[in-house]
Design a protein around this ligand. Structure first.
Ligand code: UDP
Length: 311
């Protein structure tokens, strides 16, 4: 197939492009390079099955493809909060632009939504049937509510125009090609450990997150892409390695062998206190079964940062 991957030069996007090319697909990688990086895709530029399109998803575009995978949106907290109105446009205008192509071409769209649609969840772990606890006017809303609106727009294109949709709610994912300056817990803690800087634990560090290694998420995306059952989701994908953030920081310190210390700093506003995916539906509908242990995944990610950052 010829597959359009929007956000194809980002962390998840470039890992997905690599997998799709290895499986014999033709890949159109669309990116505005706001948080995507040319370094992530440099090794595919000479591959005749790989094409790069520099374009902003929030502006209308016309493409020819057999399948669309929509990943385009700044996804780390500092990046999506830098220009919140743009983040909202990427989510809302972006999905309209994607879906208009899908409607014209009569092709499916696989969309990556987020665990952020659950907000600061009162139900734990979070099943897809939980409607969430989201503040519409918080500094996280441009992302949370933007992603929720995108899910609504996808559902209505499916009901109104019969567009074939597949919606994944992605939980915290990490691995090679994360940005050094992404501001996420995983990248910050690894980079700080390698540089011998204090690890910045936000708040008391008792908030929890569950971390998924990138190859497991890519496996899930491919399973859903290839699924012919008509299942539309939304479906959670991630892993159940749930840690308090302070314990996770200590794990990174022990694996890196770093002498860095923990530094407790102010908790960002509206930071969700717990997050862990209920993966029952993904297992049942798609046979999704993440395999990579957190220590193994962290070691690979640490190796990547050792090679790519100056420290
Ligand atoms: N966090 C932290 N120190 C950091 C970066 C993040 O303690 O340097 C915390 C953050 O407050 C949140 C958790 O780690 O509770 C995960 O943050 P991240 O930005 O990785 O993902 P998200 O908040 O989107 O789940």
């Amino acid at each position: 197939m010829r597959i359009l991957v929007t956000g194809g030069a980002g962390f998840i996007g470039s890992n997905l492009c690599e997998r799709l090319l290895a499986s014999g697909h033709e890949v159109l990688c669309m990116d505005n390079f706001y948080t995507g990086s040319k370094n992530n895709i440099r090794e595919y530029l000479n591959n005749p099955s790989f094409e790069v399109i520099r374009r902003d998803i929030s502006e209308p575009f016309v493409i020819e493809a057999d399948f669309i995978i929509n990943l385009a949106c700044p996804a780390s907290v500092p990046h999506y909060q830098k220009d919140p109105l743009k983040t909202m446009k990427d989510n809302v205008f972006g999905i309209f632009n994607v879906l208009e192509n899908a409607r014209r071409l009569k092709i499916p769209v696989l969309h990556t939504s987020t665990s952020e649609v659950y907000g600061s969840p009162a139900v734990h772990p979070q099943p897809e049937t939980y409607n969430g606890n989201v503040n519409p006017v918080s500094i996280r809303s441009c992302y949370d509510e933007g992603k929720r609106a995108a899910e609504t727009i996808l559902s209505d294109y499916n009901r109104q125009y019969g567009v074939d949709i597949k919606v994944i709610r992605v939980f915290n994912t990490y691995g090679p090609r994360m940005l050094e300056n992404d501001g996420r817990a995983v990248s910050n803690f690894i980079v700080q450990s390698l540089k011998g800087e204090d690890l910045t634990v936000y708040g008391d560090g008792k908030q929890t997150r569950s971390f998924c290694y990138i190859s497991d998420l890519i496996d899930g995306i491919i399973l859903f892409m290839e699924d012919k059952s008509g299942f539309t989701g939304p479906v959670n994908m991630g892993n159940n390695y749930e840690f308090t953030i302070v314990d996770f920081a200590k794990l990174v310190l022990s694996i890196t062998g770093s002498k860095s210390k923990l530094k407790f700093v102010e908790l960002p506003k509206d930071d969700p206190i717990q997050r862990d995916p209920d993966l029952t539906l993904a297992k049942k509908m798609l046979g999704y079964n993440p395999k990579v242990g957190v220590e193994e995944g962290l070691k690979k990610t640490i190796e990547y940062f050792k090679k790519t950052i100056k420290y």
